[in-house]
Write a protein of this length. Sequence first.
Length: 136
Amino acid sequence: MNSNAPVNFTKEGELTLVNQEGVDIVSIDLEIADDDFQRERGLMFRRSMEELQGMLFIFEEMEYRSFWMKNTHLALDIMYLDQDRVIVDIHENTPPYSTGSIPSALPALYVLEVNAGFVARYQIKVGDQIRFTRAF
């Protein structure tokens, strides 16, 4: 992929984070990565992302996951979620361009990436949940 070509956000769904009491915390627009190519590319080469945007990775099976930040220009917060869409692990302020592993503490079926600082700003915690819908 040409790292000089702009990569624009394409809204493919909406996601709401919900606290453990069932109260909506914040809603964002989503891009969805649900095939091997999209999951491998992720947010690489993205120069910017709006505050209320993110990428949801959807996998076929619950497994321990590990992400990295290679070719990723943005610092991100990464949330790992189980089959019930409950957050099981959070990594905040992941460093851009790092090839270091960012592993999940528990098996995950979903991974949500948002701009760094999002988790702290909205006080997202392990045990919070998501609900999402596809735009198509």
